[in-house]
Design a protein around this ligand. Sequence first.
Ligand code: G3H
Ligand code: 13P
Ligand code: ZN
Length: 334
Amino acid sequence: MKVSFKDLGLVNTREMFAKAVKGGYAIPAFNFNNMEQLQAIIQASAETRSPVILQVSKGARNYANQTLLRYMAQGAVEYAKELGWKKPQIVLHLDHGDSYEVCKSCVDFGFSSVMIDASSLPYEENVKLTRKVVNYAHKYDVTVEAELGVLAGVEDEVASEVSHYTKPEEVIDFVKKTKCDSLAISIGTSHGAYKFTPEQCTRDPKTGKLVPPPLAFDVLKAIEKKLPGFPIVLHGSSSVPQEYVDMCNQYGGNLPNAIGIPEEQLRKAAKSAVCKINIDSDSRLAMTGAIRKHFAEFPGHFDPRQYLKPAREEMKKMYTHKIINVLGSNGKAR
Ligand code: G3H
Ligand code: 13P
Ligand code: ZN
């Protein structure tokens, strides 16, 4: 039996992206795999009145089960209302969908947005597959994110040593032919907590800290010029906060040279046509750091609620910070 996202209280991305592009802010897209992450995301979004995108990856579906995650998202809408958010603006989004079948199953199952990531295919095949997904999803008013260009690192099963920036000369043709609703581009971000090697960075003479190379804002500008007002998406946008890396390492972890995207770069991107910013690794780091610290401080604890509570609080703090201080989406879903 097919379920419409509308019956679950979810929304698609169309209106929120249009407002975000116009208003010069970005919508947070946070991945979730478990209840504590979801609670933290919803608490942060409800308290700040920020629209939010809940993302489900293939890894999340394998780990937690797609059915369970969808019901959790449905529950999240009710939970948000319970927290006093009268009209929650919550999107349930498939992250990095890799086939027509998986996108279709999410549309049929109540997702309000899907990504078809055919960026590793030759251009014409990417167009063909994206168009097929759009044709199906639009029948049910589900919005579709596509991707052009390749991010360095791992995109589910697709691994690439180097990034291939999106070619601005391709974007008009791609959007026209596919009719996608938003476009993920490659301008130097990448997935995970090791986005740059120390060799790719310079050292700040004052602080001694590693400074990653800047994102390719010239490419972003050229794309914006070709597609005025069209919603652009940035994947791989965790900042890898040093405090969490330190917290992990101080309490028995081993995360040498973890480096992310500096927040000022993301702030700048959020003011442009970039209207969706994907963050997953920062949540993993906050959770792991808090749990490691708790285990070190309370070696006698063995009730998961004892160590998952501070983990949830740390994630909520991080999500709230992103919403207010980086993306600027607070107060946009009253
Ligand atoms: O795109 C990458 C996301 O961080 C999801 O990662 O496939 O390990 O859940 P995952
Ligand atoms: P990060 O690994 O930088 O958090 O990126 C997440 C992402 O792009 C999910 O699609
Ligand atoms: Zn991604």
